[in-house]
Design a protein around this ligand. Structure first.
Ligand SMILES: Nc1nc2c(ncn2[C@@H]2O[C@H](COP(=O)(O)OP(=O)(O)OP(=O)(O)O)[C@@H](O)[C@H]2O)c(=O)[nH]1
Ligand SMILES: [Mg+2]
Ligand SMILES: [Zn+2]
Length: 333
């Protein structure tokens, strides 16, 4: 069985890169039945144009869906679309949730001569330990540094549509000529030009993953008391809070609130925003928990699971088949 890595997925076709070359594969029915999802970046076993097995992932992210990566580069535009710190904090918290090294890249630097943005970016994110890069894919500023950053690693570009992810890759490898598109004049947003994730090799030892832009990421998958783990500068005060389950919103004796002068305001506002999303998620989980309970009907003090009439019909048929089998067996015997 050959082993290779998925570098692109288009509808039902999986493109595998292996020492034997590049193959277009389909996925074995059994994997589909097991509802196993294959990500770009997955190592797989394959034979005769069919993927048989997904090998264990070193890591992965789900927005965009990519596995086995070394780092995330969050791309923002300083203008067009307008820089949103709230959105940026979302990407950063998400990468931290997946425990991935992250670098910040601010593109379209040619469109702004406003040093205030640069100062603000450095004052917030440098103390948090992030590497920061300003680039212009159009004029070439910072492109050498960007290329240097990629050396020896597999880096995933992550950011809203229209910030210039594909343009940055084109700036490094012009022959690639990846599709790029002007952001809409009406909405000043991107138009989802890149449709699929794809691993692109750069030289001998570096790889970059171009991805479709997205901006509707929500923290509706974790518990509210986990959100402060995604904000290092907030989590560090947690142990001083009066209540161990403090969410640092409006509780008394909250050490985070007492130290707000040391935390950037946009960062704290993002923390509150994500915690509220997590609180909504918690409520929903609780509600769904109750709904599952309601499916259990009480019969003579015993809890019986209520099943739909179709399932009941199927159960009866199975019973019938078993009876026929027994009859047949008797005849053979
Ligand atoms: N002025 C300026 N324009 C840029 C720069 N980088 C990209 N653009 C323009 O921004 C628009 C969007 O760029 P894309 O590279 O398609 O953006 P993307 O992030 O790949 O977008 P999606 O594929 O939709 O996620 C294009 O018109 C680019 O020419 C830059 O550094 N400066
Ligand atoms: Mg693109
Ligand atoms: Zn607190």
């Amino acid at each position: 069985m050959a082993v290779g890595q998925i570098f692109k997925i288009h509808s039902d076709f999986y493109y595998v890169d292996s020492s034997e070359g590049v193959f277009e594969c389909k996925i074995r029915e059994v994997l589909k039945k097991q509802k196993q999802k294959i990500f770009v970046g997955d190592y797989v076993e394959f034979a005769g144009g069919a993927i048989e097995k997904i090998l264990p992932r070193r890591n992965f992210i789900t927005r965009p869906t990519v596995a086995n990566i070394d780092r995330v580069i969050v791309i923002s535009a300083v203008k067009e679309p307008e820089l949103s710190f709230s959105q940026l904090n979302r990407y950063l918290a998400f990468a931290k949730y997946h425990n991935l090294e992250t670098v910040l890249c601010f593109n379209k630097n040619d469109l702004s001569s406003d040093d205030k943005i640069i100062d603000k970016v450095f004052s917030i994110y440098e103390p948090l330990g992030y590497d920061i890069l300003f680039t212009s894919a159009l004029e070439g500023d910072g492109i050498e540094d960007f290329k240097e950053l990629l050396r020896g690693k597999t880096s995933v570009l992550c950011g809203a549509s229209g910030v210039g992810k594909s343009s940055l890759i084109n700036a490094i490898i012009p022959e690639l000529n990846l599709k790029t598109k002007k952001i809409s004049e009406k909405t000043l947003r991107g138009t989802h030009t890149t449709r699929h994730c794809e691993i692109i090799p750069i030289g001998e030892d570096s790889r970059i993953v171009d991805t479709p832009g997205f901006s509707n990421l929500k923290f509706d998958f974790l518990m509210p008391n986990e959100v402060d783990l995604l904000f290092e500068e907030i989590g560090r005060y947690k142990s001083g809070c009066k209540y161990p389950n403090c969410l640092h919103l409006s509780e008394t004796g909250c050490a985070v609130k007492e130290n707000l002068d040391k935390i950037d305001e946009t960062r704290y506002l993002s923390y509150v925003e994500f915690t509220k999303e997590a609180l909504e998620y918690k409520e929903r989980v609780k509600f769904q928990g109750l709904k599952t309970e309601a499916l259990h009907k009480h019969h003579n003090d015993k809890t019986a699971v209520k099943i739909s009439s179709r399932k009941r019909e199927r159960a009866r048929n199975t019973l019938k088949q078993n009876i026929y089998k027994d009859i047949e067996n008797e005849r053979i015997d």
